[in-house]
Write a protein that binds this ligand. Structure first.
Ligand code: UDP
Length: 479
């Protein structure tokens, strides 16, 4: 039987949101979490996904479950186990859902049976713990095939799809056809935006809940410039003032220290005071690392004195992402072919992943150290990195695709690239902001307010509470 990993989540007081959202909104949130406590008495709220670290879903679960627990809800997180074949199939589904061919493999009978085989085993393990009446949130394609067995066990099942694309193509529809039979019995579906809803699913089960970020987590918490410098210096990424200590506040309130080094390819650390533009994402072709790099080399002149830091996780770390190492190698080899003058101002970096909180603090420091944050993805469900950078008051240059469009209003809360493949347009957006520091600062301020309004945990948790409340009421009516 597979070993299900129970991810430890530290409870956090939801009351701390008083510090960051307006009072009237906080009052509504407090009402909602009091309601959740009563509503979910005697029930466990399970969240099931396929990785405990790396990527946006893991990021969000860590935070939302912590506040749910703090509000007295018995919220738990379980990670399924699969072999490399399973993960290469689910990665293929993931790519197809984004409209991309990925490894060009099939989604046919063989894939159905390998997918089902892995999930049947995980389902059996899960049923040892899940009881009738519990609420189970299944996240993404990796877990869709658990729906039936959980429904049979009497659970309330919500399937949440975190990925999607604006204009579905045949690949995406093929992935929908592959997954639809597995999720038919779910009580509700959640998509991140309206355009991502699949054709053929029951309308009355559809729900739209955009993602959110955690303002207090090591990834997003306040960090002064001296600490930013200390962290980036400690990691040997950028030289800076060493007067402060490279510390941050862990989720449990204790102090964490950044001590691991980043892996910087072929170049020494950047010099103190260097102007920095950065993209931080998984090594995935849909994040277009090659385009980010080539567009910068070609369209952002050396006279701007800006450097690009292209950062991602160390590739051994993300278990459900078998393509990471390949994409990193591809990016590195393209970098080696750049002219020497471009190579000197483009820095490929792998961030240490051994300790999630340390990794998050490094990402925080890097996003804050950047004058501009980039997310030039080809496809994006939501793009948490965008909200993270906006919350830090950074102007973000990002593609007008997926959930990025719900976050950035072009020219006001960030800068949108109409065509994600247009490297000249991307370069021009960067140059425009590098040349207009006061405009960039105004944009950054507006970006932060946008996140405060729409993309923090309270809004997200309240939508979940409403949905679960509705499903439980429906279940009680049927009895
Ligand atoms: N991330 C990270 N370390 C890295 C690269 C990415 O912590 O080295 C985080 C990033 O800060 C964000 C998440 O992974 O919180 C990625 O979420 P996003 O929605 O941007 O993209 P996804 O990876 O889910 O496609």
């Amino acid at each position: 039987m597979p070993h299900l990993e129970n991810v430890d989540v530290h409870a956090l007081a939801p009351q701390r949101f008083r510090e960051v959202i307006p009072a009237d909104r906080y009052d509504k949130f407090a009402e909602a979490f009091a309601r959740a406590h009563t509503l979910l008495e005697g029930r466990v709220v399970w969240n099931v996904n396929s990785t405990a670290k790396g990527g946006g879903v893991a990021e969000m679960l860590q935070s939302l479950l912590a506040y749910a627990k703090g509000a007295g809800v018995d919220a738990r997180w379980v990670v399924i186990e699969g072999d490399p074949d399973f993960f290469s199939i689910t990665k293929r589904i993931h790519n197809h859902l984004h409209g991309a061919g990925g490894d060009k493999g099939e989604l046919g009978d063989r894939e159905h049976s390998a997918y089902e085989h892995t999930l049947e085993a995980n389902g059996t393990a899960l049923l040892e713990e899940v009881k009738s009446g519990d609420v189970v949130l299944l996240h993404d394609p990796q877990t869709a095939g658990l729906t039936r067995v959980l429904k049979e066990a009497g659970a309330v099942v919500i399937w949440r799809c975190h990925v999607g694309l604006d204009m579905p193509n045949e690949l995406a529809r093929g992935a929908w056809r592959f997954l639809t039979p597995y999720i038919t019995e779910a009580d509700a579906y959640v998509f991140s935006r309206e355009a991502f809803q699949w054709e053929g699913l029951q309308e009355n089960k559809m729900n739209i809940i955009p993602p959110s970020i955690d303002a207090f987590a090591p990834k997003n918490q306040e960090m002064n410039r001296a600490t930013v410098d200390a962290i980036l210096t400690a990691t040997e990424l950028i030289e800076g003032d060493r007067s402060a200590r490279p510390t941050f506040q862990k989720v449990d309130g204790s102090e964490g220290t950044v001590s691991r080094k980043t892996q910087l390819f072929d170049l020494p650390p950047l010099q103190a005071g260097a102007r920095v533009v950065t993209q931080v994402s998984r090594w995935d072709r849909l994040k277009d690392p090659l385009g980010v790099m080539h567009g910068f080399a070609k369209h952002v002149p050396a006279s701007s004195e800006a450097h690009l830091i292209l950062a991602g996780p160390s590739v051994e770390a993300v278990a459900d992402d078998p393509e990471g190492a390949e994409v990193l190698a591809e990016t590195h080899s393209a970098w080696q072919q750049l002219p020497a003058a471009s190579r000197e101002r483009i820095h490929l970096v792998c961030l240490p992943m051994e300790d999630g909180a340390e990794n998050a603090a490094i990402v925080n420091a890097l996003q804050r150290r950047a004058e501009i944050v980039v997310q030039k993805s080809i496809a994006e469900g939501f793009g948490l990195t965008v909200a993270e950078a906006m919350w830090k008051g950074r102007p973000v240059v990002a593609s007008r695709i997926g959930g990025i469009q719900d976050q950035i209003e072009d020219g006001v809360t960030g800068s949108l690239i109409e065509d994600p493949h247009d490297l000249a347009e991307y370069g021009a957006a960067l140059v425009g902001l590098l040349e207009d520091q006061s405009g960039a600062a105004t944009m950054g301020k507006a970006a932060q307010e946008r996140v405060r309004d729409a993309f923090l945990g309270p809004r997200h948790l309240m939508q979940y509470i409403d949905l679960i409340g509705k499903l439980i009421a429906g279940e009680q009516q049927q009895q």
